[in-house]
Design a protein around this ligand. Structure first.
Ligand SMILES: NC(=O)c1ccc[n+]([C@@H]2O[C@H](COP(=O)([O-])OP(=O)(O)OC[C@H]3O[C@@H](n4cnc5c(N)ncnc54)[C@H](OP(=O)(O)O)[C@@H]3O)[C@@H](O)[C@H]2O)c1
Length: 311
């Protein structure tokens, strides 16, 4: 999802010379294959958007794959980028790097101040290792090799190219699918787990891509002024959040579902609020542009296209 949006953003800016690979074309956990790729293609800049990604169910079911695949992908790509002379690289992390009980909104300096949320700890540990890998390469090789590897930490993302798998997807694509199926099957009610009161933040994927390109293109002096050598990551959020009940209503409207929405309060709610402090990025001059309403309409159009393409 993000990788395609970064390409869309760069294309719109007039860039043409992209080197992209799908998972089927290049397994980034394979060290030799990644080495061959860099030797052959010799890219100038790298956006590392590939990762094993999923919601709570996927993280709980495949913890070994979440830590192994993500560590291997980022170790291979970051190291081979360095070995092959890439000076600029952007690593995509996640808001789950922050401690479970981090003060809200979560600012960059909350990293490594407490215990992580246990359900996605393996994924979060890999992402933290990715940030520290970029920082360590900067600290050792910036002066000698001009290395400048940066990290951005997105909040929850949604939009074209999302994963609509019935079990392994994130909350917005899962709701889009459920409301769409309820509409098609004329179901009178959609039941949402929990009370609907937890608050979450969502960012449209093209805003995320724009933020990624913005951070990559910041001049080094400005980036260095806003970050520290051992705390170099930058949060990317929408800067406001919604309750799950508000989100469900908005998804229902985007889908055109006219039935009722109810809440199964016997099911757990999870963390009451997860919200990022994006002040560092906003101070640098970046703001999101796509409202949740517009973003959900665009996401639903994409879902309908991919849903009917797959059936
Ligand atoms: N989506 C979100 O809400 C969210 C939130 C915070 C951070 N992020 C981060 O943003 C980045 C992009 O996420 P996304 O939402 O765009 O996820 P995505 O749509 O699942 O894209 C990730 C891509 O990486 C590929 N991939 C996975 N393992 C690979 C491997 N071993 N070798 C080569 N390619 C591999 C996947 O291919 P297959 O699908 O074929 O395996 C997929 O095409 C990730 O770093 C993610 O952690 C995402």
């Amino acid at each position: 999802m993000v990788g395609s949006a970064v390409v869309r953003n760069l294309e719109a800016k007039g860039f043409t010379n992209f080197v992209t690979r799908t998972h089927a074309e290049l397994d980034l956990t394979n060290q030799e294959a990644v080495k061959d790729f860099f030797e052959r293609e010799k890219p100038n800049q790298v956006y590392l958007a590939a990762a094993k990604v999923g919601g709570i169910h996927a993280n709980s079911t495949y913890p070994a794959e979440f830590i192994y695949d993500n560590l291997m992908v980022q170790n291979n790509v970051i190291h081979q980028a360095f070995v092959h002379g890439v000076k600029k690289l952007l690593f995509l992390g996640s808001s789950c790097i922050y401690p479970r009980l981090a003060p809200q909104p979560m600012s960059e300096d909350a990293l490594l101040t407490g215990k992580l949320e246990s359900t996605n700890e393996p994924y979060a540990i890999a992402k933290i290792a990715g940030i520290k890998m970029c920082e360590s390469y900067n600290r050792q090789y910036s002066a000698s090799h001009g290395v400048d590897y940066r990290s951005v930490m997105p909040t929850n993302l949604y939009g074209p190219g999302d994963n609509y798998h019935p079990e392994n997807s994130h909350v917005i694509p899962a709701l889009i699918r459920r409301f769409h199926e309820a509409k098609i099957n004329q179901l009178p009610e959609v039941v949402i787990w929990g009370t609907g009161t937890p608050r979450r933040e969502f960012l449209y994927v093209d805003d995320m891509a724009a933020a990624s390109v913005f951070v990559m293109e910041l001049d080094k002096k400005t980036y260095d002024q806003q970050t520290e050598p051992m705390q170099s990551h930058i949060n990317v959020g929408f800067s406001s959040d919604v309750t799950i009940a508000e989100l469900a209503k908005a998804v229902g409207q985007a889908v055109g579902y006219e039935g009722a929405i109810s809440f199964d309060t016997s099911k757990p709610d999870g963390t009451l609020r997860k919200w990022m402090d994006s002040g560092r990025l906003n101070n640098l001059g970046w703001q999101p542009h796509v409202s949740l309403k517009d973003g959900l309409n665009l996401a639903y159009t994409d879902f309908v296209q991919s849903y009917f393409a797959s059936v």
